[in-house]
Design a protein around this ligand. Structure first.
Ligand SMILES: Cc1ncc(COP(=O)(O)O)c(C=O)c1O
Length: 430
């Protein structure tokens, strides 16, 4: 069903990639809890290992339950293929791995999830990779940061935690002019609210842990390929365009065409990095995705009401939700994420750091956790938790200043959420 244009999003989120089990007729996708798969004969095994035939060898590389999820996510994003992996952070490494090498760099937005800032500013250096952080509203600065050693441009569609929306079309234009792939983390938006490939993204990455699964049960990640990038147009991407010694000189782009990135992600990425998603996690993610649009509608409706209520409250300094008319990014909502600005935003509380800590301790319905994209409403004080490894300057740039808390608005009754916030703000102001 991947390329079938006649079905709408709500149909595809239930059906894409899945068929009744051919042997049992099971209607729900079975959890293929197996490590290995029996080869028909020695020739079959050899063809699979040579990548001459597509099939199942070993679940570090491919698993039928995970394969359904891959096709479902690729379809919803409008991509040609996807590789699922063990977490959103794994997906970021999996996306960069075929593009990067020692001495090469990726140009990234300053407005990213704090864990990504840490991953990019410290951990990837161990591979000899570098990340150059730039304000993605300053297109000249993005252009200036790109040099001969740049291999990708990376941003989030709706950035965590700040309610910032990236002008994807403009950034894609810059990446395109430089002959570079644009990687967009679409975790906070989901393909229901934003489809980065339609705005020029080459690759889309996800933390499947969040809204896609939707109920805080599993860890997972995905890399979706648009299939649109010409990996052989320059000599910058030899992993995809040049002979691969581990497969007897096979050239991924020449052999697999627009599926080159996806095949590489499985045959090299999962095989050697081993960041595999397990079939149980894929099952939970598939269950979650079936109701994605319904949940996102309610998340957005609740977020709009709660953000508007908070904005008029005298105990609040400001609210960063892009769905509010006061947001400098309000105009981008209609163009980039027409079904809504998500359900994630930060709120600056009068009384600063101490008042924020009292607020999170006083909330009863909201859970104080390091997560987002759950059916339950969640809160966190980013500066003392997810973003605490950053300098204060980085915290402010990432929208996580010490006087702000981040809310992930769930799908409960908005009136109940507002009542809970009202009593907690009263305690925070004491
Ligand atoms: C926007 C964004 N991207 C990536 C990640 C990393 O995902 P995971 O925790 O599944 O590794 C997160 C985690 O919070 C996130 O919010």
């Amino acid at each position: 069903m991947t390329e079938n244009p006649i079905y709408g999003f709500d149909t595809l989120q239930v059906h894409a990639g899945a068929r009744p089990d051919p042997t049992t007729g099971a209607r729900q996708t079975p959890i293929y809890q197996t490590t290995a798969y029996v080869f028909r004969d020695a020739d079959h095994a050899a063809a699979l290992f040579n990548l001459q035939e597509v099939g199942y060898i070993y679940s570090r590389l491919t698993n039928p339950t995970v394969a359904v999820l891959q096709e479902r996510i690729a379809t919803l994003e409008g991509g040609i293929g996807a590789v699922c992996c063990s977490s959103g952070h794994a997906a970021q490494i999996m996306a960069l791995f075929p593009l990067m090498g020692p001495g090469l760099n990726v140009v990234v937005s300053t407005r990213l999830y704090g864990g990504s800032v840490t991953q990019f500013s410290h951990t990837i250096k161990r591979f000899g990779w570098e990340a150059k952080f730039v304000d993605f509203d300053d297109l000249d600065a993005v252009r200036a940061a790109i040099d001969d050693n740049t291999r990708a441009v990376f941003c989030e569609s709706i950035a965590n935690p700040g309610g910032y929306i990236t002008d994807l079309d403009a950034i894609a234009g810059v990446a395109d002019a430089a002959g570079l792939p644009l990687i967009v983390d679409n975790t906070s938006a989901t393909p229901y609210l934003c489809r980065p490939i339609e705005h020029g993204a080459t690759l889309v990455v996800h933390s499947v842990t969040k809204y896609l699964t939707g109920n805080g049960t599993v860890m997972g990640g995905a890399v979706v390929d648009s299939g649109r990038f010409d990996w052989s147009a320059s000599d910058k991407f030899p992993s995809l365009s040049a002979p691969e010694p581990a497969y007897h000189g096979l050239k991924f782009h020449e052999t697999f065409g627009n599926l080159a990135f996806t095949f590489h992600g499985i045959a090299i990425g999962l095989r050697d990095l081993g960041m595999t998603m397990n079939p149980q996690a894929a099952h939970y993610a598939l269950m979650g995705i079936e109701t994605l649009s319904l949940r996102m509608e309610k998340h957005v409706a609740n977020a709009k009401r709660v953000a508007a209520w908070l904005e008029q409250d005298p105990r609040v300094e400001y609210v960063t939700y892009a769905g509010l008319e006061s947001s400098p990014y309000f105009d981008r909502v209609e163009r980039i994420c027409p079904k809504g600005a998500g359900a994630l935003f930060t709120v600056a509380i009068k009384g600063g750091y101490e008042a924020c800590v009292r607020l999170v301790d006083s909330l009863e319905l909201f859970s104080h956790v390091a997560n987002l994209g759950d059916t339950r409403s969640l809160v966190i004080h980013a500066a003392s938790t997810t973003h605490r490894q950053l300098t204060e300057e980085q915290q402010v740039a990432a929208g996580a200043a010490p006087n702000v808390v981040r809310f992930s608005i769930g799908i409960e009754d908005a009136d109940d959420l507002i009542r809970d916030l009202d009593q907690a703000l009263a305690k925070a102001a004491d």
